[in-house]
Ligand binder design. Structure first.
Ligand code: PXP
Length: 267
């Protein structure tokens, strides 16, 4: 009998369907329709970031995603009282707390869980009080992981932005260094009892090494998939991403079982 492969879940972030809709106002393209299609194509969950300036996802999108989509909703949000009230009203499956600056193009860098811990604590517990799992979007760094443990978060989502950026500019040294940081952080977080997610900037090229890390249970991917969907369709883009993820995890698992087998035979 073959070994059971534990594959990371794929959360599809549909923010940029809303970015295109908002370029002209109106209702098309509808991010909720994209979410339905993503689920049909194999998404395990839907992720959406309700930003303070509503530049993509709107309040109505969140309400519809929660009530219409059958897979878990991961709401990304800044740790503010406005967002806390919205999250407690809709009760998504999880909230991923992210830093937010108006002038940034996307979420640049992880949450300051170290000096900002005191302010985050009541938000984390208030979300957990209504049954929402809390994820903290952090840099792959030991101090950040330890702070997330102290905050009693359920999940850490490791920021893969620097790792993907190094791949983009062909910086082999930076790529190896950033990957190592992620690798060490996944182990540290997992050993401390946190569920480990990862995301930001992932593509077909960069997702494999992250998916191969056995501690990673969820990957959240948006911009690349929505961009790729322009050329091949959302269904094909998501299906291919799933295949890349599954193959990477499968290869990593069979490599590690052969290693165990060889060690047993040698002893
Ligand atoms: N995870 C988090 C916490 C994010 O803020 C984002 C971007 O909204 C993503 C994952 C997805 O990143 P990308 O759109 O680059 O795939």
């Amino acid at each position: 009998m073959g070994a059971i492969i534990s594959c990371p879940r794929l959360g599809v972030n549909i923010d940029h369907v809303a970015t295109i809709r908002n370029a002209r106002g109106g209702r098309h393209p509808d991010p909720v329709r994209a979410a339905h299609q993503a689920v049909e194509a194999g998404a395990d969950g839907i992720t959406a970031h309700l930003r303070e300036d509503r530049r993509h996802i709107s309040d109505l999108d969140i309400a519809r995603l929660k009530s219409e989509v059958t897979r878990p909703l991961n709401l990304e949000m800044a740790p503010t009282s406005e967002m806390l009230e919205i999250a407690r009203r809709h009760v998504p499956n999880a909230c991923c707390l992210v830093p937010e600056r108006r002038e940034e193009r996307t979420t640049e860098g992880g949450l300051d869980v170290i000096s900002g811990g005191r302010a985050l604590q009541p938000i984390v517990s208030s979300l957990q009080d209504v049954g929402i799992r809390v994820s903290l979007f952090v840099e792959p760094d030991a101090n950040a992981i330890d702070a997330a443990v102290d905050l009693q978060a359920d999940i850490v989502e490791l920021h893969t932005g620097s790792y993907c950026e190094a791949a983009l500019i062909d910086d082999a040294e930076g790529f190896a260094r950033e990957f190592r940081r992620i690798e060490l952080s996944t182990k540290r977080a997992h050993d401390a009892g946190l569920e480990v997610h990862a995301g930001h900037g992932l593509t077909y090229t960069t997702v494999g090494r992250i998916a191969a890390l056995s501690e990673v249970v969820e990957l959240n991917i948006g911009h690349f998939l929505i961009g790729e969907a322009l050329f091949v369709g959302l269904n094909a883009a998501i299906s291919r991403m799933r295949i890349v993820i599954e193959e990477a995890r499968q290869q990593a698992q069979s490599k590690s079982s052969s290693k165990v087998r060889r060690r047993r035979e040698a002893s």
